[in-house]
Design a protein around this ligand. Structure first.
Ligand code: ZN
Length: 73
């Protein structure tokens, strides 16, 4: 039998994924019935309550922001 793709499995976010609200690099992918949205850490926090209501799955990579090697000039 083949393994079916789990909705929990989403591709990692890359530098090409931009926040749908401001265009900054996206760190949170929100999957909804209507489609998906990408948010930066700032907007993911700002819209957290709404995301909580509409999201079927949230792929959160904001922890990458706090990795030691991540440098923000
Ligand atoms: Zn943003």
């Amino acid at each position: 039998m083949s393994t079916t793709a789990s909705p929990e499995t989403t591709p990692a976010l890359t530098a090409a994924d931009r926040c749908d609200a401001c265009g900054a690099q996206g760190y949170v992918r929100v999957l909804m019935d209507a489609g998906e949205l990408i948010f930066c850490a700032h907007h993911a926090r700002k819209h957290a309550a709404t995301i909580d209501q509409v999201a079927t799955h949230v792929h959160d990579e904001t922890s990458r922001l706090y990795e030691p090697e991540h440098e923000q000039a």
